[in-house]
Design a protein around this ligand. Structure first.
Ligand code: SAH
Length: 215
């Protein structure tokens, strides 16, 4: 059961999602596959869904908005920080040439990896690690999307943004704002986009490793 026309209009079109490629991907991607089975029937509601360990599957509008504001081209290479359920990763994989997604919680990365593989999204590479460091080996990236809020921009991510690249990230603690940072040579332009509420980007060493639940 994908999004109905009515929900696409209410959640996306009426709020300023106008990019045809983003809208098409949102329409075709089964969000329920990324939700816990007991919450699958809420998959097309206008909100976040809990995915365990205090983490959330992002609101459809936010996923669409971040993708649209990054201006993703089919040839772009994308770095995502915070794989979570893998839903935003899947959207990015459908819009871009390649996605590298770093997740600090190993069990979440493994679960998301299975879902993405089952959908044949082989251009998404899921890594377990601390997103504060990005993944320099795969850089520079045309687009960087951060799906958890830091107090300030992690310097490694600025380094790994390509010339002309765009980074979309929430910053702040209590009050958060979604920003777009565009790299023009050594100059980084910052634009505030939207007030938002994301889970915090936590330092990697504060996470206790949990084993893969379904080996
Ligand atoms: N877009 C995702 C949202 C996931 S919530 C979705 O729709 O499912 C944010 C994710 O960031 C969580 O999975 C959390 O574990 C992860 N995260 C938090 N701190 C991190 C860090 N330092 N490095 C990598 N991932 C981190």
């Amino acid at each position: 059961m994908p999004f109905t026309e009515k929900e696409i209009k209410k959640q996306l079109l009426d709020r300023g999602i106008h990019d045809g490629r983003v809208l098409a991907v949102m329409q075709e991607l089964p969000r329920e596959e990324f939700a816990p089975p007991e919450l699958a029937h809420f998959a097309y509601r206008d909100g976040v869904l809990p995915i365990g360990d205090g983490q959330t599957l992002s609101q459809p509008f936010i996923v669409a908005f971040m993708s649209q504001e990054a201006g993703i081209l089919p040839t772009d290479r994308v770095l995502e920080i915070g794989t979570g359920s893998g839903y935003q990763t899947a959207v990015l994989a459908k819009l871009a040439a390649e996605v590298v997604s770093v997740e600090v919680r190993a069990s979440m990365s493994f679960k998301a990896s299975r879902v993405l593989r089952s959908m044949g999204l082989t251009n998404a590479h899921l890594l377990v690690g601390d997103g504060y460091a990005g993944w320099s080996k795969g850089g520079p990236y045309d687009v960087i999307i951060v799906t958890a809020a830091a107090p300030s921009i992690p310097p490694a991510l600025l380094d790994q943004l390509a010339y002309g690249g765009r980074m979309i990230l929430p910053l702040g603690t209590d009050k958060q704002t979604l920003w777009r940072v565009t790299r023009k040579g050594q100059v980084y332009e910052q634009e505030a986009l939207l007030p938002v509420k994301f889970v915090p980007l936590v330092p990697g060493e504060s996470i206790v490793p949990t084993p893969d639940p379904t080996p």
